[in-house]
Design a protein around this ligand. Structure first.
Ligand SMILES: Nc1ncnc2c1ncn2[C@@H]1O[C@H](COP(=O)(O)OP(=O)(O)OP(=O)(O)O)[C@@H](O)[C@H]1O
Length: 300
């Protein structure tokens, strides 16, 4: 299975780009206090546009999971704001936040988290059943067909391969037509072929079903399925690539590692000045992730 062909950089994140389904502004997350405090996020500004598959990459401990958890309302930031689907989530009561997560946000985790006693079909509709929401059968069928599970619907998780279980988890995340799906290392437990199937489905859910997906991954091949890859380093946004190939991503990671530290901002220019920057020196010396479709990290 090959990853999708790159599009032009201008196809994303221009002033005409679709509205953001999730946004963070000056997001800070500090764990602990005093001398043991860890600044996991250090002022992150980022938007995730509708109809895009975005990958978040970065070294271990750079803040990827923390960012995703704050964006998804699973963790609360120390300061800054998170807007999902037009709602500033820090202002929501716990009850409304839970309702928002249940109805507007889908989750896919590395561990599939399926209920072993339920069939694939029952696992897929579980979030709707818990919320006592009706199942849109036409949408259910579209998702099930797209994920290729039609002939596995009555199997229990133990009767499914890892890839099939993760595809059930993807279908479960999409069945409520969420505004945005957050996937944390969705292919971390899968062999290469199964991973390819899951990634192809996540990409198809965006391209054909108009969904919006944000995925944390360490895997350059997984990230190459994304329209956009954003890089974190030390809790900060360090750069991004638009429609990168796997080689673009490998090059960017190598460049960041060669630099002996976290990559700097991809460009000193604001994002609106133009999406393409391939000049690491524009950051004032420190290398940024670059490639054919490298773009400024954020307008700061
Ligand atoms: N609950 C916590 N309590 C204290 N420190 C934490 C907690 N969660 C994360 N951290 C710290 O915050 C920083 C960012 O962690 P995070 O898990 O977001 O990084 P990551 O990029 O997802 O890492 P990995 O790729 O290894 O999963 C790390 O230094 C981590 O040790």
């Amino acid at each position: 299975m090959t990853s999708p062909a790159p599009r032009t950089a201008a196809s994303t994140d221009t002033p005409d780009a679709p509205e953001a389904r999730a946004s963070a502004r000056d997001l800070v997350k500090v764990y602990g206090s005093g001398t043991t405090a860890v600044r996991a996020l250090d002022g992150v500004d980022v938007d995730f546009a509708r109809g895009r598959l975005t990958a978040i990459m970065g070294p271990s401990g750079s803040g990827k999971s923390t960012l995703m958890h704050c964006l998804a309302g699973l963790d609360s930031p120390t300061s800054g704001s998170v807007v999902i689907d037009g709602q500033e989530i820090s202002r929501l009561s716990q009850r409304r936040l839970t309702a928002l997560r249940r109805t507007r946000v889908g989750f896919v985790f590395q561990a599939y988290n399926l209920v072993p006693t339920l069939t694939a079909a029952e696992n897929i509709t579980l979030p709707l059943d818990i919320a006592r929401s009706p199942v849109d059968r036409a949408w259910f069928d579209e998702v099930v067909d797209s994920v290729g599970l039609r002939d596995r619907l009555h199997h229990r998780p133990s009767e499914l391969s890892g890839g099939q279980q993760q595809r059930v988890a993807c279908a479960r995340a999409l069945v409520s037509r969420p505004s945005i799906v957050f996937a944390d290392e969705p292919t971390g437990n899968l062999d290469s072929r199964s991973a390819g199937e899951v990634l192809a489905f996540l990409r198809r859910s965006v391209d054909e079903l108009d969904q919006t997906v944000v995925m944390v991954t360490h895997d350059p091949r997984a990230a190459s399925y994304a329209h956009r890859v954003v890089f974190l380093a030390d809790g900060r946004l360090a750069g991004e690539l638009l429609d990168p190939t796997q080689q673009d991503i490998l090059d960017a990671l190598a460049l960041a590692a060669d630099d002996g530290g976290p990559p700097g901002p991809a460009s000193a220019e604001p994002a609106s000045a133009g999406p393409v920057s391939t000049r690491p020196e524009a950051s004032g010396g420190s290398a940024a992730p670059v490639g054919r479709h490298a773009a400024p990290a954020d307008p700061a």
